[in-house]
Design a protein around this ligand. Sequence first.
Ligand SMILES: [Fe+2]
Length: 361
Amino acid sequence: MFIKNTWYVAGFEKEFGESFISRRILDLPLVLYRTSDGRYVAMDDCCPHRLLPLSKGKRVGDEMQCGYHGMCFSADGECTHVPGQTNIPSAARVATYPIEARHGFVWIWMGEADLADSALIPDVHWHNSPEWKSSQGYHHIEANYTLLNDNLLDLSHETYVHSRTIGNDEEESIAAYAAKTTVEHDCLVRAHREMPNIEAPPFFALVIGRPCRINRWQSAIHLVPSINLTVVGVHPVEEERADARIGHVLHLLTPESPGSTHYFWAFVRNYRLDDEELTEGIRKASAATFDEDKQILECQQKQMERLNSKVPQVAIKLDEAPIRARRLLEQRLEHEARNPRHVMAPPPLVPQHSFAILEEV
Ligand SMILES: [Fe+2]
């Protein structure tokens, strides 16, 4: 059901403070924290003694103490203390998982631990680069992560779902501008669309600073199983493409359970970097946009459960990129089922400069 040999986002770096985080990932309850010397820790949220979640206990220094009988476990998952005795039973240990920080996120590897190569962490460096500015947030979505992948690979839905934020209305319907879909390395799908001389939807009027006609483009980039990047470019029609406002919108999805997803997102821009009002405006507008998606996705999930059905039931032209991504995911799941040590190295999401991909297509 889930690809295991891959890096998922466990949280934003800024979430990791003096306490701990209790979070279910790939349907496994985990305790996450950062030690005083800066190491990140992910361990099963379960005491091996009487199975109480360790998150019901407390963090003591760099260890977790069970809230039932006081047994303590180090960042390596080893039991260090059993009240009332000096010997430590050899089975008294908790499973831990490779976890590390990169690009402002903390990434976790739930597969074979010795295969966890940090070089395989997807490159999303824009998120904490001084040349870009990030507006970020988190949504908890009561829907399977593949429904979010579908959503992010078919941006024609903006006309209907996001008419108050990023969508053009039906007179300039996004679906009317064909998307060109390509597949790379059996694990990456791109769907690119150009929308010349259209009205700036409210969100883009905000980033440009006024209502106007714009040239707009968008590249939906998907890395199996659940990393998504939308490269969005806009400029007023009277300006040059080279001066476009570029946004790299990260949608980093981590399955919580078969029916729910952690949605870590960030809108990262290359313009007006010091404009804090704009940073907050984009954060609010992005959150409102993803609230709109959440409504749709959670309805879909309920319908699938009610009907015991998969999607899509009917495929239309707009489904090309989502369907290609679903096929790649199925292939990858099959590979991993046959070979639990199967690993794929991700290609770069954006090959060189942002504009390189835009000129290619
Ligand atoms: Fe959407």
